[in-house]
Design a protein around this ligand. Structure first.
Ligand SMILES: Nc1ncnc2c1ncn2[C@@H]1O[C@H](COP(=O)(O)OP(=O)(O)OP(=O)(O)O)[C@@H](O)[C@H]1O
Ligand SMILES: [Zn+2]
Length: 725
């Protein structure tokens, strides 16, 4: 189909794509396939997986390339800016264009610098002419590079970056035709400075994104693997067919030692996997669990149903897909591109106007205009934000955190309040019986437990499970209660085997059933202050006993809160539990803001209330159990849901770790802030320079020089962050 549509070109591209894939053994993560110059930090983040499987034959590709084509393309794109030293022809070709690009930049810098330096030779017409020619050579190199180097989706339009260089040249030539040699000399200097500064800026941004480009290329490489369809032949137990064109819904089979090629839901097999590319701790996954592409099966044979393929895969979506890349589409990245493509021209017009109002001669007005333009249309200002966004996405992926879109990343970075659906995120959700007490002396504790467990035996709530488990553990025979009715977020009512009304639940339920709890009020408060969930048992409309349940904190709960506090996001504990209980849990976790006693059906409304109060609300919870709250959030963070369908959450995690859930917000905050810092560092000096030049306080050349200094600082800042991560 593909070939019919695209004819020859697709064949060529196919061959290229295939060549780039042949570098990779399809099923193994092998150190040898890593770019040779990847820095140690990346190697540490992706420690080698020791696997002892021999690689299968290179895949035969004779049908749709939907799966591989875009990825192959990405590898090529990324390769062009990342100096992958992998020995196939195409890659070498890419490396060559890159080298040529670098050479052109060096020549542009030299020519531009000479054009400036020749000012020392005086201002004879011939000298000025020579300087203009040198500046023209520099400009020519920049144009040549723009024409030969493939453009990244994060780059601004090359015309915007070339406009000031070419404008500078024109003005210099124009000035030379006039009578004023001093002015002509100044114009020649300006043209030289702009050429040099543009070339250095282009080189700076390349160096700033070198690291992330290499990491992205490596991930693209690892993900370029075929899937396997299981072949249902009982004779050949492990027979499977290699497939590049898997589609959602199809069966996939992954053997131990292999990388999972697509996002999938486990259909059978109890496997151990490293749950994402670069994960170091194996976890168990069973039928129904999602797994994302890039995970490695460590033990057991995995069978799954494909959920997302190609560029829809969790890892690929905002990192590799040219149409969805967050580093190109995030609002802050778009803003900095718009700065160079649009606002710089507006600023230049303002500069021109102020020079005109000051009554300066035409050539000076033109020089001021171009100088302002040159200061604001630098490669660093245009693309430095995308470097920070990409780093944020990559850092998140290293923890199995997947942003659904560029917009989701941006919203995550603006969250001010983070609501925890307590059970399952901060709390284990596996409470244990801690107290069992009879009240009023009518029944003994054991019968209380027998009644409660009898009423709870068909319930699925963690409270119910805990009570039934406790009864079984003590060999208490469950009472044969009848007429069960369940009140979500409250408890259950029933009729005991002896025919009395039975009520098992919280205060609110008993209140509703008109059972007085005055007798136990003090004891209840005492237990709740310890963080216990108190379940009350009433028989025949009289309080007969209580059960205290203690849930544990999940590992990492404290660290998760700390991550949020560090990012100045306020954590909120939302729960159906009693106020005192929640306050006790909040105290132990440093959470001041609690929303207790919220019925399951009211959680969405509760979240919306926070939003209406002007907060930007992230909700952390599990798909299914916490859907109401997640659905109302500005940013929903679903634990353990990466790779599943429908992917309606802003953020999904490959792990079930609440720390990662908190990190998904904190990281977006941090990298968004870093992106803004990077943009300010590069733009503020440029703006100051532009303003000073526009009002005529300094010669025009100072504007691009100020911008260059800003660019240098911004790139040092970005590279320092790379070194830390
Ligand atoms: N089956 C049940 N039996 C007894 N009590 C129950 C039952 N279901 C809920 N409750 C009571 O209602 C309260 C609220 O339950 P809900 O399901 O809304 O939240 P939760 O599980 O306590 O906490 P979270 O909001 O953190 O998930 C529980 O704390 C418990 O006291
Ligand atoms: Zn086809």
């Amino acid at each position: 189909m593909f070939r019919e549509r695209e004819g020859r070109a697709s064949d060529d591209r196919l061959r290229e794509g295939r060549a780039s894939l042949d570098r990779v053994s399809p099923t193994r993560i092998d150190l040898a396939t890593r770019p040779a110059d990847l820095d140690a930090a990346i190697r540490d983040a992706y420690p080698p997986v020791a696997l002892d499987q021999s690689p299968p034959e290179p895949p035969a590709i004779d049908d749709d390339r939907a799966l591989l084509e875009p990825l192959g393309q990405t590898i090529l794109d990324a390769g062009s800016s990342s100096a992958l030293h992998l020995g196939d022809d195409h890659q070498r070709h890419e490396a060559e264009t890159r080298d040529v690009g670098a050479l052109l930049l060096v020549l542009a810098i030299v020519a531009g610098a000479l054009a400036v330096a020749l000012a020392l030779a005086g201002d004879a017409t011939i000298v000025i002419g020579a300087r203009i020619v040198l500046a023209a050579v520099g400009a020519g190199m920049l144009v040549g590079r723009a024409a030969t180097t493939p453009r990244e989706s994060t780059d601004p339009h090359p015309a915007a970056l070339l406009a000031p260089v070419l404008g500078g040249l024109l003005i210099a030539a124009w000035a030379l035709l006039g009578q004023d040699r001093a002015l002509a000399a100044e114009a020649a200097s300006l043209a030289g400075v702009i050429a040099t500064a543009s070339a250095i800026s282009a080189w700076l941004i390349e160096s700033a994104r070198h690291r992330i480009a290499a990491e992205r290329a490596w991930i693209a490489t690892v993900l370029s693997i075929p899937g396997r369809r299981p072949v249902d032949d009982p004779g050949a137990e492990s027979a499977r067919e290699e497939a590049w064109d898997l589609r959602p819904g199809e069966q996939v089979q992954v053997e131990p030692g292999e990388v999972v090629p697509v996002d999938l839901t486990v259909t059978s097999g109890d496997v151990e996997v490293l749950p994402w590319l670069g994960a170091t701790t194996p976890v168990r996954r069973r039928a129904g669990d999602p797994i994302i592409a890039g995970a490695t099966v460590v033990r057991g044979r995995l069978r799954g149903a494909c959920t997302w393929t190609g560029m829809d895969r969790a890892v690929a979506r905002v990192l590799l897909d040219p149409r969805r890349r967050a580093d190109a589409l995030a609002p802050i990245a778009g803003a900095s591109r718009a700065l160079t493509e649009r606002w710089a021209f507006a600023a230049a017009a303002i500069g021109a106007l102020s020079a005109f109002v000051a009554g300066r001669p035409p050539v000076e007005i033109a020089m001021a205009t171009v100088a302002v333009l040159a200061a604001l249309t630098t490669a660093v200002a245009a693309s430095i934000t995308s470097v920070h966004v990409a780093r944020g996405i990559l850092l998140a992926l290293r923890r199995g955190i997947v942003y659904k879109s560029a917009d989701a990343w941006d919203r995550a970075g603006r969250v001010t309040v983070s609501v925890f659906c307590a059970r399952g995120t901060l709390l284990l959700g596996e409470p244990e019986l801690a107290e069992l007490e009879a009240i009023g002396g009518k029944l003994d504790p054991e019968s209380i437990l027998a009644l409660a467990a009898g009423a709870e035996r068909t319930e699925e709530h963690p409270v119910a499970t805990a009570i039934v488990r406790a009864a079984r553990g003590r060999s208490v025979r469950l009472d044969g209660v009848r007429n069960l009715s369940s009140f979500p977020g409250l408890g259950v009512t029933a009729v005991t085997s002896a025919g009395e009304e039975l009520c098992v639940g919280n205060r609110a339920l008993l209140l509703e059933q008109r059972v007085s709890i005055a007798a136990a009020e003090e004891r209840i408060a005492e237990l709740e202050a310890l963080g216990r969930t108190v379940v009350l048992i009433a028989v025949g409309s009289r309080l007969a006993g209580l059960i205290g349940l203690q849930d544990g904190l999940r590992p990492g709960a404290r660290a998760a809160i700390q991550h949020l506090l560090d990012a100045q996001i306020e954590p909120v504990l939302m729960s159906g539990d009693a106020r005192e209980t929640c306050e006790a849990i909040g105290r132990s976790l440093d959470i001041d803001h609690i929303r207790p006693e919220v019925l399951p059906a009211h959680r969405g409304a509760e979240v919306r209330r926070l939003i209406d109060a002007g907060m930007s609300v992230g909700v952390l919870g599990h798909a299914g159990a916490d859907d109401a709250a997640l659905g109302a959030a500005d940013v929903s963070v679903a634990l353990g849901a990466a790779g599943s369908t429908p992917g309606d959450f802003a953020i999904t995690l490959a792990s079930d770790d609440v720390r990662d859930a908190a990190l998904s917000l904190a990281l977006a905050h941090r990298t968004r802030l870093e992106a803004r810092t990077g943009l300010s560092l590069s733009v503020v000096p440029a703006l100051v320079g532009a303003a000073v030049v526009a009002v005529g306080l300094l010669p025009p050349s100072y504007a691009p020089i100020a911008a260059l200094l800003g660019g240098i600082v911004a790139v040092i800042h970005a590279r320092a962050l790379d070194a830390k991560s």
